[in-house]
Design a protein around this ligand. Structure first.
Ligand SMILES: NC(=O)C1=CN([C@@H]2O[C@H](COP(=O)(O)OP(=O)(O)OC[C@H]3O[C@@H](n4cnc5c(N)ncnc54)[C@H](O)[C@@H]3O)[C@@H](O)[C@H]2O)[C@@H](O)CC1
Length: 164
């Protein structure tokens, strides 16, 4: 099966159409579907028995929200997800998704200038789910410097969505 990638402009257009008056989807719905699809894709490649420990790295935007949804579904699939949030999102939807994960006792590495807990989590994870940035990422990386090291250090990286 050949794999096709969407550029950020097309992805944004699709989202706008889906959430416009014609598509009539809500952000919650799309985020739930995106996160569920990521969890299902990960599960189809990295089986839970062999790769139970998933480090879900969540950025501050909607892509991070997708990651929180994925973490919740992975927990329900029987994985042991751990959430890493270098810069938690401020939107209400993000906070609600985080509360849902907390309610499932999903462990979270809190934001800190000390990178040791993150390094330890990388070492003890079987799979990394990258939900740091989506189509709104622009320019050189600024405040989330740790994001670069995720790719360098990960043994297995399951990128939730890749936009060129
Ligand atoms: N309509 C939507 O917005 C939906 C979006 N979804 C997902 O959300 C993604 C887009 O979400 P957002 O628009 O919230 O944006 P992102 O999640 O891509 O990232 C936005 C955040 O990244 C920060 N950022 C951008 N460039 C940076 C840089 N160079 N250095 C450091 N920080 C930087 C911004 O300050 C902002 O906090 C999509 O890729 C898609 O996967 C899905 O949840 C479905 C619905």
């Amino acid at each position: 099966m050949s794999l096709r990638y969407l550029g950020s402009r097309i992805a944004q257009q699709i989202d706008e159409e889906l959430m416009g008056s014609v598509g009539a989807f809500s952000l919650d719905q799309l985020m739930e579907l995106a996160g569920l699809a990521c969890a299902q894709a990960l599960a189809s490649v990295y089986g839970q028995e062999k790769y139970p420990r998933v480090l879900v790295c969540c950025g501050p935007g909607n892509q991070g929200g997708d990651g929180l949804v994925a973490a919740r579904h992975l927990g329900m699939f029987g994985y042991k997800p751990t959430i890493y949030m270098p810069k938690p999102g401020s939107k209400d939807i993000y906070k609600r998704l985080k509360t849902q994960c907390d309610n499932m006792d999903i462990e979270t590495i809190p934001p800190s200038s000390d990178l040791e807990p993150f390094r330890a989590a990388l070492k003890s994870s079987d799979v990394i789910l990258d939900a740091i940035f989506g189509f709104s990422f622009q320019g050189p990386l600024t405040s989330l410097r740790d994001g670069t090291s995720i790719k360098e250090r990960s043994r297995k990286l399951a990128s939730s969505l890749t936009f060129s």
